[in-house]
Write a protein of this length. Sequence first.
Lengths: 116, 112
Amino acid sequence: AQSVAQPEDQVNVAEGNPLTVKCTYSVSGNPYLFWYVQYPNRGLQFLLKYITGDNLVKGSYGFEAEFNKSQTSFHLKKPSALVSDSALYFCAVRDISSSNTGKLIFGQGTTLQVKP
Amino acid sequence: KAGVTQTPRYLIKTRGQQVTLSCSPISGHRSVSWYQQTPGQGLQFLFEYFSETQRNKGNFPGRFSGRQFSNSRSEMNVSTLELGDSALYLCASSLEGHYEQYFGPGTRLTVT
């Protein structure tokens, strides 16, 4: 069965410093991976995806993610954190156990706290 | 383009009642998925609709149901509400052939 793990409940970083939010996955075939961000009382905003191709994926708001097949990881990164990046971040994998489905399997989420 | 819209945004119901939530996808998106978000269980998939057909269903009791209309708008219904149904219900739409889903702001359901 497909699964996603976000090992850190919370990540704290100072403004201007680089940030990393970790994600590992388990799938039986090629992974389709996503990162979403959620601000309080809001829905999820799509940040980026990895389907195939370059291992470094660039997304919205200066975020990028590095796909590592051997480590089954898809860590979210940003070179310089902003206070406004403080939010809840979700990693997700598309369920490919049955064809033609859009079902996403989410990690438990990581709260990112960026301090001034 | 307008984003995914969900109505109502907030809802308070009593145990035993039923509730209907509505979702309008992004124009041109024919796939609509529903998710339940709770602090304890996180984000869990409810069901997915495409062209008025349920394409996939999560592991929820039969009290949870949904449908999709010819204009791709979708509704989900929860009957005989329980306290544990209190959650944020998120709707997401996607373009066929594209893998990312775009989420609405959610409906916050509180069952008392």
